[in-house]
Design a protein. Structure first.
Length: 307
């Protein structure tokens, strides 16, 4: 229907399977469940050596409604996004139920980049922060393909400083000690103290490493979970590199620039326009989709395009 088509504009004409997935959300989830496997190659010899999609864990039971006893704080769950629709259909209902079960007040924001520039996760998080409203007082930078499996993980208000939920000793892929990607909680006050994230990172990677240096420069200490015994099985990582190629190209001076600290840019100079803002429900779980048009100064960062 026309209203549905307006939710995710841009390059939809090139992705008709997305429209089918959105119109038939439950059918897509069923297809994902039937076609996925955590055991490696599919049986029977077909597509030998090609792993199937990992199965998302079952969603927790229907969550309770928010109550006054849940406390005064409210989390803005900021999810940078572009064309990862199967993951999104699993993520939104799972995280809504997971956080509700833990009695965390929350609002899920899908930060959908609809311009024609390369993906910019950091700028999307800056936009999400600015657009998240005054009814939320802390944020979670949250990858759409990373689901928490251990109910003891802490998503509460990180008053003492940034709290890295997806810590290196728990994340299934990234284990270096300065890693702060995947899932990171900050109060809005602390995020402003860092001036947000750098807007210079177009394509995949390095924006988290630069943000770690901002955290340190602001005099903050990163805290991480303790007492979690599930190791690398603490999270479900839904990303399949065989199907989801990451944009790891380094263009022009990008290879040298990616290791520098951006001492000027961040929340104060992110350039964007909100094309639309839509509240919707995914399998009964509420979220807000922000269709975001980022802008790029090609003199400053010519690597924002492939051309």
């Amino acid at each position: 229907s026309p209203p549905l088509l307006r939710l995710f504009p841009g390059r939809l004409s090139a992705f008709p399977l997305f429209l089918l997935a959105l119109l038939l959300g439950f059918a897509s989830l069923l297809w994902l469940q039937l076609s996925c496997s955590g055991e490696g190659p599919s049986p029977g010899g077909q597509h030998r050596g090609v792993p199937r999609q990992p199965c998302p864990p079952p969603a927790p039971p229907q969550p309770p409604e928010e109550e006054a006893s849940w406390g005064p704080h409210r989390l803005a769950l900021l999810v940078p996004f572009r064309e990862r629709f199967e993951e999104l259909l699993a993520f939104v209902p799972y995280m809504h139920r997971f956080l509700s079960k833990k009695r965390i007040r929350h609002h899920i924001f899908i930060l959908n980049q609809v311009d024609h520039f390369r993906f910019n996760r950091a700028s999307l998080i800056n936009v999400g922060f600015l657009e998240s409203g005054n009814d939320t007082d802390y944020i979670a930078m949250h990858d759409v393909d990373l689901l928490p499996l251990n109910e003891h993980l802490d998503y509460s208000f990180p008053e003492a400083g940034p709290f890295h939920v997806a810590s290196p000793e728990l994340h299934p892929l990234y284990h270096y000690k300065t890693y702060v990607g995947g899932i990171l909680l900050l109060t809005k006050q602390h995020y402003e103290l860092c001036n947000g994230m750098s807007n210079r990172f177009w394509g995949w990677g390095r924006e988290d490493d630069e943000f770690y240096r901002r955290i340190k420069g602001a005099g903050l200490q990163v805290r991480r979970p303790s007492g979690i015994t599930t190791g690398y099985e603490t999270f479900q990582h839904l990303h399949d590199p065989a199907w989801r190629k990451r944009d790891q190209k380094r263009i022009a001076a990008q290879k040298q620039e990616q290791f520098k600290v951006d001492r000027e840019g961040g929340l104060n100079n992110v350039r964007y326009r909100i094309e639309s803002r839509t509240d919707l429900s995914v399998a009964g779980a509420p979220c807000t989709v922000l269709n975001i048009l980022l802008d790029c100064d090609t003199d400053e960062t010519p690597w924002c395009t492939f051309g």
